[in-house]
Design a protein around this ligand. Structure first.
Ligand code: ADP
Ligand code: MG
Length: 252
């Protein structure tokens, strides 16, 4: 038996009775980097949200097993405690709340106990690692942050929480060059220093340059239609999704 950290079995999901995901079978083994690609509207972000337990989506069939536990019915909070992390495409802004306090709150929400001094040391070291000015930790959360700075905060959260699986959905976020390099460095650190497992949803192949990709999955119209090694990324970059879409059309 494979040691899959995440396993979706015949997972189907709908929103307001409109079917979006159909019979998704996906396995992500511990410590691997998987990439999910597909044309706009294929359902990639939906899969990310369904994995996190977003109540907007109904799971209509199948199951999600994470780290040996069936999490199909668990709340988003419990999934996060179990070790799942989804990047926020639109990071929150909370005027009046310093970044430090926010980070403290998310660590506590996850049930991790850290003394004040340890916590301060840890976030300051992480800020240094990410080339983030420590002064940012005392600024109001997200207010007036550039795209790159917001991404630094997100990567800081990732490295602080050390989830078992990080799902990073960068598809529609229009990252600038700065933000791109922050994310790719954050993912690399997460993989190397936290033994992380990654499911990266992206169109942007530059973001993957620092990672050793194990597997690529292609989604078209709510179905996983192809799977292959890292070479598939260059193929898709050059030839797009047409041949996968043609396969779906022929089957209909
Ligand atoms: P991708 O991330 O691959 O571009 P999405 O998962 O965002 O695709 O969307 C897949 C399909 O599901 C689209 O047709 C989209 O309009 C629809 N969809 C996603 N979320 C919702 C929602 N909350 N309400 C209605 N339709 C949605
Ligand atoms: Mg998307």
């Amino acid at each position: 038996m494979s040691d899959a950290l995440l396993r979706c079995r015949s997972l189907s999901a709908a929103v307001e009775e409109k079917s979006i995901l159909s019979e998704i079978n996906l396995e992500v083994p511990r410590g691997e980097v998987h990439v999910l690609m597909g044309p706009n509207g294929a359902g990639k972000s939906t899969l990310g949200h369904v994995l996190m337990g977003d109540p907007v989506y109904d799971i209509t069939a199948g199951e999600i097993v994470f780290d040996g536990e069936d999490i199909t019915e668990l709340s988003p909070e419990k999934r996060s405690k179990a070790g799942l992390f989804l990047s926020f495409q639109a990071p929150v802004e909370i005027p009046g709340v310093p970044l430090r306090s926010f980070l403290r709150a998310i660590v506590e929400a996850k049930g991790q106990k850290l003394k004040n001094k340890q916590f301060r040391k840890k976030i300051e070291e992480l800020a240094d690692t990410l080339d983030m000015d420590r002064a940012y930790l005392d600024r109001e959360l997200g207010v007036g942050f550039s795209g790159g700075e917001k991404k630094k905060v997100e990567m800081l959260q990732l490295l602080l929480l050390e989830p078992k699986l990080a799902i990073l959905d960068e598809t529609d976020s229009g990252l600038d060059v700065d933000a791109l390099s922050v994310v790719s460095r954050g993912m690399e650190l997460y993989q190397k220093t936290c033994d992380g497992t990654l499911l990266v949803i992206t169109h942007n192949t530059r973001i993957l340059e620092r990672l050793d990709v194990d597997r690529v999955h292609v989604m078209v119209q709510g179905r996983l239609v192809a799977e292959g090694p890292a070479d598939l990324i260059a193929d898709i970059d050059a030839n797009g999704f047409e041949r996968f879409e043609a396969g779906i059309a022929a089957a209909e």
